[in-house]
Design a protein around this ligand. Structure first.
Ligand code: NAD
Length: 257
């Protein structure tokens, strides 16, 4: 049921080999998927290098999610190459350094706008672009990545927590909107993982330590484990699941203290 033979996907948000969505690319390509990987300008070289290690060579395209024309160009190219699309992975997120280190009450209007645009709105833009291509395949699956900071306060997560709350609401509204076209929209709420983005959050390693002490499994999660959970949500094994936020966090979210 998690076979991806004949399936095509678009994967947005790889920066380097530690990126969570890189693990999702590996999990789906190793099961037979053909994918397009996008990069944000400065990560082109990394993504080109990583893509050379995949069993099926991916299409590698630029995409800054703040640009509607770049998003349009990605879907035109994907349509040309693949003719349709079975899944989309959204892993783009950004907040300015000052918004992730200063008191939350100091969040600037521009910092708020930018975090929301890149980390939440972009899912809507990608889902809209993917819809006609997924309709050609009789449906599809979209997965994004979120964090528990959407519901609870973590030190310095700040505006990113607000953006993740919006992202999770986007998942539910998109699931309702696109469900009649058999397009499913879900999120994985991953436990903390040391990636470039995570290292931008002031005091991130103390969050890793708390998870290690208090999560039921007494450990942190690995990108490969998120990759496997994503493969489930992107595959036919989850075909009755939509609008869901799947916790992949070693159980941390159930802890009262
Ligand atoms: P990462 O830094 O590897 O990935 C973030 C990606 O966002 C990068 O590839 C970056 O290029 C991309 N991005 C930023 N601005 C962009 C723009 N304007 N256009 C296109 N792409 C842009 O870090 P990651 O931790 O793998 O993050 C992937 C997703 O997982 C994010 O949504 C993040 O919030 C989420 N997440 C991370 C953790 C964690 O602890 N690392 C936990 C839960 C959820």
């Amino acid at each position: 049921m998690t076979d991806f033979t004949g399936k095509t996907g678009l994967i947005v948000g790889i920066a380097n080999k530690r990126s969570i969505v890189w693990a999702i690319a590996q999990a789906t390509v190793s099961r037979g998927a053909r994918v397009a990987l996008t990069y944000q300008g400065r990560f082109e070289e990394n993504v080109q290098e990583l893509s050379a290690g995949l069993a099926t060579p991916p299409l590698v395209l630029p995409c800054d999610v703040t640009s509607d024309s770049e998003i349009d160009a990605v879907f035109s190219r994907v349509e040309q190459e693949f003719g349709g699309l079975d899944f989309v992975v959204h892993g783009a997120a950004f907040a300015r350094k000052e918004e992730l280190s200063e008191p939350f009450a100091n969040t600037s209007r521009e910092g708020f706008r930018l975090a929301m645009d890149i980390s939440a709105y972009s899912l809507i833009a990608l889902a809209r672009g993917a819809t006609p291509l997924m309709e050609k395949r009789g449906g599809g699956s979209i997965v994004t990545l979120t964090y528990l900071g959407s519901e609870r306060v973590f030190p310095n997560y700040n505006v990113m927590g607000v953006a993740k709350a919006a992202l999770e609401a986007n998942v539910r509204y998109l699931a309702a909107d696109l469900g009649p076209k058999n397009i499913r929209v879900n999120a994985i709420s991953a436990g903390p993982i040391k990636t470039i983005s995570a290292m931008g959050i002031g005091g991130f390693s103390s969050i890793l330590n708390v998870y290690r002490e208090r999560a039921p499994l007494r450990r942190n999660v690995e990108t490969g484990e998120v990759g496997e959970a994503a493969a489930f949500l992107l595959s036919d094994a989850s075909k009755a699941i939509t609008g869901e936020i799947l916790m992949v966090d070693a159980g941390f979210h159930v802890s009262g203290m």
